[in-house]
Design a protein. Structure first.
Length: 364
């Protein structure tokens, strides 16, 4: 089967009027829209692959339940096009060296469940799905291939269908395995059929299906990341899950029957049960200290003295400290004591204040 991929740019006429800036803006917008369409197409193909595989393996289960509806039914008139055009922001790519906790507010209960809103507190189990939090020594981190595990513990209800969107800091590079896959299946899913793809740099999609199984504690999947060659101490590269409805099939973690227990467990998983991780380069972030030196130039005017430097006690600047200087200081003190001008320059005042107490008096 040959699939022809057409983006919105194939249907947009080239606009040749207006300034060069306007043309560039239009071309950038066309490119961005085309790229988003292609990314959604990749995610959609992955979802359809899951649907087709599940249908062929479990046709009876699908026909007896509404699970096919839960996986794929989206009214074209309702919101399919809106979902297709929606920009899925990568919250893990701010590159601010901060951990990104899981955000359960993205969860939206599927309309196909046709039931009252389920609350996370209704779940009484202790399921937890979590990524590794890894610290690397700076001397050995640069260019290192680091495997990150996404694991599960405490599952209480069986699951048959799984789909996750994985986001990561694009300073990291995903290393494909020998089969050309971006995600490696873990031991907890050893009886599942799995698949994965890169939607775009910074975003992966993973799916798995099998007969309903209560997952054992262990790894759901692993991803091999290449740490940047220029990694420095204090760098943090967040990795994690964010709930996504890509317009074809929403992220899921549920059994084939979609019974009440399965819905409650899935609600809890996508609101409270996921914990994101990171790769961190150990040590404090290096900081650059900028030292600013301010040079102040002072110009002093004197009446009879041209030099600036002063010598304590030598108020007449004759190079000697004697009774002449002492008499001058006493005369100055007598004048200022009667609120008169003593006649000293600022430099002479400094020289006269022998004991450096800020005053010129008989003590000096």
């Amino acid at each position: 089967m040959i699939i022809s991929v057409l983006t919105l740019t194939d249907y947009m006429p080239l606009i040749t009027t207006g300034s060069d800036t306007e043309k560039l803006h239009i071309e950038n917008r066309r490119f961005g829209m085309g790229k988003r369409c292609l990314n959604r197409f990749i995610s959609a193909i992955t979802s359809l692959a899951l649907l087709i595989a599940v249908y062929h393996c479990f046709p009876n289960s699908l026909l007896k339940t509404t699970s096919i509806s839960a996986l794929t039914t989206i009214s074209a008139n309702e919101h399919a096009s809106d979902e297709f055009d929606k920009i899925i922001e990568n919250p893990f790519n701010y590159q601010d060296d901060k951990e990104v906790p899981y955000d359960g507010t993205h969860w939206v209960q599927p309309k196909e469940w046709n039931c009252p809103t389920i609350k996370p507190k209704d779940y009484k189990g202790g399921i937890m799905l979590y990524f590794d939090k890894i610290g690397l020594e700076p001397d050995y981190a640069n260019g290192k291939v680091q495997r990150v595990y996404f694991s599960i513990t405490g599952a209480t209800e069986p699951v048959g269908y799984i789909k996750f969107h994985v986001f990561y800091d694009t300073r990291l590079t995903v290393k494909e395995n020998s089969n050309g896959e971006v995600i490696n299946t873990g031991k907890a899913l050893q009886d599942f059929t799995t698949g994965s793809s890169m939607v775009e740099e910074g975003q992966l999609v993973f799916y798995a299906y099998s007969n309903d199984t209560i997952l054992n504690n262990g790894s759901i999947f692993t991803i091999d990341f290449i740490v940047p060659e220029n990694a420095e101490q204090g760098d943090v590269y967040p990795i994690g899950i964010s709930y996504v409805d890509d317009g074809i099939a929403y992220d899921t973690f549920i059994n084939s029957e979609q019974n009440d227990a399965g819905k409650v467990q899935m609600t809890y998983v996508f609101t409270k049960g996921i914990f994101n991780g990171y790769i961190k380069i150990q040590g404090e972030k290096k900081t650059t200290t900028v030292v600013t030196t301010t040079v102040t130039t002072t110009t002093t005017s004197t009446k009879n003295v041209s030099h600036v430097d002063h010598k304590l006690g030598d108020v007449n600047y004759d190079g000697q400290i004697n009774a002449v200087d002492a008499s001058s200081v006493l005369s100055y003190y007598a004048m200022i004591s009667t609120n008169k001008d003593g006649g000293y320059t600022e430099e002479q005042k400094l020289a006269a204040d022998v004991n450096n107490d800020g005053q010129i008096n008989a003590v000096d």
